[in-house]
Ligand binder design. Structure first.
Ligand code: UDX
Length: 471
């Protein structure tokens, strides 16, 4: 009887890799489950350069990393504009190698008993079928966003996309369960395309057809946050494991190890923690737009003026390559900005974000609303100002502002006056109200991963089901 052996294969981006490594570690706590984690060479090298991932996973004899090429030239920046090429590279170069690994059955190599792969990998359905093993899709973005992805064929059929006219505030009625909530501007950014034949829309439609063919869906969310959407999902995919917030689940299970773990693809500048230690409680706005989003130089200056004019303390992550054109020629930053920042600001190129959001000095988070950042903020009870860049972030920011009321939605705006106003509203005028609501949701997140919580139980069920998947 084979031992339960899971292959885990994330979309090679910071967000998905981060949460799948957390799932891998949670599975490894059960010695009888073997885990093979497939990284692309590019991602693996970055993890080795900037984290303790090898040491961390060395304590699990039932775990191993395998690396494969991603089909892209080494110097590809692999940022937001490259996501189409990244997916293409995985499909053309990585997936045949993945198929070989899955189908390889030799005596000293225990074949996988189930696949856990990113929901975007439509190729995995045929591989699992040929290998006669279950496929569990782990779509690492938000369920509310995935739900709108699945609604794209109906949006097209009902003539809601492409948009007629340019009123982005018009309500959208073809996403079941979201009537009266979603405006056109809140749909995933690719819905603004005038031509539906673009690769990303075709891929989303294909992904929707494949997702329902998996034996189960793993989702990084919790019942108290997205219960209504989860019940809609169950009508489509009966077997759902809602096991999030994954990083909170990890913290609860590994409470013994005090050291926070990092899966960063950039070097974390720990000096920001020392700076935070000198700031008053809940006085600092954390500003970060994740691993893929970019902004123009003009937007960069609008953000800087907005932050400085708000008179709020701020910790700002300026990720290398995130300001378009900054490498070619520098920006001459006005002296007034430099002086004020010396007084009230701290700028780093990459931060230990989970540690920052857990820090008592943090009172708000200006974020692009990537799903990991959004969940991390919710779990720590930090109110948000949302400036979504693309794909699922538009949906996430609408839910944060309009449905969960955990902050303000600043989508499609980037002027210093609005930034200043919204920062003051979250960090001052409505500070108490936002902190109270954020605290309530944080308590629900923590309860969901505690013993008897919904996410705790779904993870237990997932582990039990994996143990039974023996060939
Ligand atoms: C991508 C997509 O952009 C996002 O829309 C999707 O939901 C997930 O995949 P990314 O842009 O990287 O993700 O955003 P996010 O999901 O928030 O992941 C960023 C991760 O990097 C977070 O876990 C965050 O803690 C970490 N991070 C970010 C750091 O550790 N340090 C930083 O300075 C910034």
């Amino acid at each position: 009887m084979a031992v339960p052996h899971v292959f885990i294969f994330p979309l090679p981006l910071q967000g998905p890799v981060n949460c799948m490594l957390k799932l891998a570690e949670l599975l490894c706590l059960h010695q009888e489950i073997h885990v093979t984690f497939i990284n692309t060479e590019y991602i693996h090298q970055r993890l080795l350069n900037y984290t303790d991932v090898l040491i961390r996973f060395a304590k699990y004899p039932n775990f191993k990393f395998v690396t494969i090429p991603d089909g892209l030239p080494e110097d590809n920046p692999r940022n937001g504009e490259q996501v189409g090429k990244i997916i293409e590279g995985v499909e053309k170069v990585s997936s045949p190698l993945f198929r070989e690994m899955v189908m390889m059955t030799t005596t000293n190599y225990c074949a996988p008993t189930c696949l856990i792969v990113d929901g975007i990998f439509t190729f995995a359905v045929d591989i699992a079928k040929d290998a006669k093993i279950p496929l569990l899709y782990f779509d690492t973005i938000s369920p509310c966003a995935i739900w709108t992805y699945l609604a794209v064929p109906k949006l097209i059929e009902d003539g809601e996309i492409p948009f007629k006219g340019n009123d982005l505030d018009a309500l959208v009625n073809s996403v079941s369960g979201m009537e009266g909530v979603m405006r056109r501007r809140d749909l995933p950014s690719y819905c603004r395309a005038t031509d539906l034949d673009i690769p990303i829309i075709q891929h989303i439609i294909k992904q929707g057809k494949h997702i329902v063919q998996a034996q189960a869906l793993i989702l990084n969310t919790f019942e108290a946050l997205e219960g209504p959407i989860l019940s809609q999902f169950r009508a489509l995919c009966p077997n759902i494991y809602a096991i999030g917030p994954l990083h909170t689940q990890m913290k609860a299970k590994l409470a013994s190890q005090s050291l926070p773990t990092s899966n960063s693809l950039w070097k974390e500048d720990m000096s920001c923690i020392d700076w935070l230690n000198k700031q008053p409680n809940k006085s600092v706005l954390f500003v970060s737009i994740g691993s893929l989003a970019t902004m123009s130089k003009a937007q960069f200056l609008e953000f800087w003026y907005g932050l400085v004019n708000s008179k709020t303390r701020f910790l700002w992550v300026q990720r290398p390559g995130s300001i378009i054109g900054l490498e070619d020629d520098d920006i001459n930053v006005p002296m007034e900005l430099v002086e004020s920042t010396k007084e009230r600001g701290c700028i780093v190129s990459w931060a230990p974000q989970e540690e920052v959001l857990a820090h008592p000095s943090i009172g708000g988070f200006l974020t692009h609303c990537g799903w990991n950042s959004t969940l991390e903020s919710i779990a720590e009870g930090v109110p948000m100002i949302c400036w979504p860049y693309f794909v699922d972030q538009q949906v996430n920011s609408r839910y944060v502002g309009e449905v969960w009321k955990l902050g303000l939605d600043m989508k499609d705006v980037c002027d210093r006056a609005t930034i200043e106003r919204m920062v003051i509203e979250v960090m001052d005028v409505k500070k108490i109200e936002f902190l109270e609501r954020a605290k309530q949701m944080s308590n629900l997140a923590i309860a969901s991963v505690g013993e008897g919580g919904a996410s705790y139980q779904d993870l237990e069920r997932l582990i039990e089901d994996i143990r039974l998947m023996r060939i």
